[in-house]
Design a protein around this ligand. Structure first.
Ligand SMILES: *Cc1c(COP(=O)(O)O)cnc(C)c1O
Length: 394
């Protein structure tokens, strides 16, 4: 349907098969949050679950709750739930530390899995934390290795016989560009390299098929499109074929084969549990489970279709309003957010906030608009673009 006016958007919302999901979130009337790709809104179920865990499990059972209520299993069971969302069969995904720390663990692991090769290849425009982590691994763990940062378009040509692992974001945090995972895996594998993907801006909004695409390793974020809440732990994925050989550097007791044997020496657990380290952040983990449950109850094809419709509509309306859209227009190259370039991005975002629309600035000159398909409506997109037009001409 071609959208000609606001009424068309209201009609699209009325017909939206995902429309009812908005009620699952505790959203204020105003402002409209167009940054669910930074922190997803609270699911109503999270509040109930947290109070139940605190009152009925923690208070009633204290330390025995770790066993009685399956708390100790949650890193794996919530991991498997996340796995279902990103096309991973059970037993390959665990919820652990923040995305950055998970990346540290898997980058060290990747270098051990591919001995003899001494280059980490990454996109020069990758998320800064990912670049810092790669540099930190070299500085503190593997001084024999170097990090090579190249522009995204030059990555394929930069693969060589020294490349141990390529570290990439599936969706660019600034432009929203979506990289072809299967194709990049295939090329890297042909060159003898592994690939470590960061799914922070794709899981929950863009279809991800880790197993089907032959992915080796991945990390991702719990508090963005998965709605796990502020500071929700991230997750990591190791392909089953690599699991028996994978070793990680932060060898704590909960990654041990028998944590409660309290042995003097470390023996890694079988399976993906060996990537764990210490006591999980239990309350954040149950909050993440509720967010992931919500996202997992929805047909990912519907989510992708609505996401493309929302981002496409915003890009078109923003351009009509005179904005310079930097996100890819081709649907197969577009993630879940749209960015607009303006030399005075800070002022534009403030103006939008004054109109009741919370977007984000990515310095120096981008205004990033995240359109979570589970909670954002077509009419929100229409109104946000109209507000952008007013702010641009103010
Ligand atoms: C948000 C984000 C992260 C989050 O990192 P934390 O360590 O969990 O804070 C990591 N990578 C990318 C690409 C992100 O956008």
């Amino acid at each position: 349907m071609r959208v000609g006016d606001r009424a068309d958007c209201l009609a699209l919302d009325a017909a939206d098969e995902l429309g009812a999901l908005r009620e699952e979130f505790d959203l204020p009337q105003r402002p409209v949050f167009l940054n669910g790709n930074s922190l997803g809104p609270p699911p109503r179920a999270t509040w109930h679950r947290l109070s139940k865990v605190v009152r009925e499990q923690w208070r009633a059972d204290m330390n025995s709750a770790w066993w009685k209520h399956g708390w100790l299993d949650l890193p794996r069971t919530v991991g498997d739930r996340v796995g279902r969302l990103v096309g991973a069969a059970p037993g390959q995904t665990v919820v652990g530390e923040s995305t950055s720390v998970n990346l540290f663990k898997l980058l060290c692991a990747a270098l051990e899995l591919n001995p003899g090769r001494r280059t980490v290849l990454t996109d020069a425009g990758n998320f800064p934390s990912d670049l810092y982590i790669a540099d930190g691994v070299v500085r503190h763990v593997r001084p024999d290795v170097r990090v090579r940062r190249v522009e995204a378009h030059a990555l394929a040509g930069a693969l060589d016989e020294d490349t141990a692992v390529v570290v990439l974001s599936h969706v660019d945090y600034r432009t929203g560009e979506l990289l072809p995972m299967r194709e990049i895996n295939r090329r890297a594998h042909a060159a003898g390299s592994l690939v470590l993907w960061d799914l922070a801006h794709s899981a929950g909004v863009v279809p991800v098929g880790l197993d089907a695409d032959g992915t080796d390793l991945a990390v991702g974020c719990g508090y963005k499109y998965l709605n796990g809440g502020p500071g929700a732990p991230g997750y990591l994925y190791v392909a089953a074929r690599l699991l028996p050989r994978v070793e990680q550097p932060v060898t704590g007791w909960l990654g041990h084969a028998e944590p409660f044997a309290f042995e003097a020496g470390y023996r890694p657990a079988d399976g993906v549990g060996r990537l764990l380290t210490g006591c999980p952040p239990l309350l954040s983990l149950v909050a993440l489970e509720e967010g992931v449950r919500l996202a997992g109850n929805v047909d990912t094809r519907l989510v992708r279709a609505k996401s493309l419709a929302l981002t496409g509509l915003f890009a078109e309306l923003a351009e009509r309003a005179g904005a310079q859209v930097v996100s890819p227009r081709a649907p197969q190259r577009r993630g879940g957010h749209v960015s607009v370039r303006h030399p005075d991005a800070e002022r534009i975002a403030k103006g939008l906030a004054g109109e009741g629309f919370m977007a984000e600035v990515r310095v120096p000159d981008l205004i990033r608009v995240g359109l979570s398909p589970l909670s954002v409506r077509y009419v929100d997109v229409w109104d946000a673009a109209a507000a952008l037009g007013r702010v641009l001409t103010a």
